[in-house]
Design a protein around this ligand. Structure first.
Ligand SMILES: [Zn+2]
Length: 74
């Protein structure tokens, strides 16, 4: 596992996945993708990048609505 700082908060990467909701699609990635992109110059597929940049942010009401809907259908 790798520890990164986000502001004053330490976040451990390597034991969780992230979800991205955009245009009726759900993208999943290991949260280590942050490390791969920032430290190893990994470039995710263009549609994933667009979804991250344009989709609702985690913690927002829109994101939470998508998350609840997705958890019901999987
Ligand atoms: Zn590394």
């Amino acid at each position: 596992m790798i520890c990164v700082k986000r502001g004053n908060q330490e976040v451990w990467l390597g034991s969780a996945e992230m979800r991205v909701f955009y245009q009726n699609r759900v993208y999943a990635a290991p949260n280590l993708i942050y490390h791969y992109v920032t430290e190893h110059q990994y470039c995710p597929p263009e549609e994933f990048i667009e979804a991250v940049l344009k989709g609702p942010l985690p913690g927002s009401p829109e994101y939470e609505t998508f998350l609840k809907r997705w958890e019901q259908v999987r």
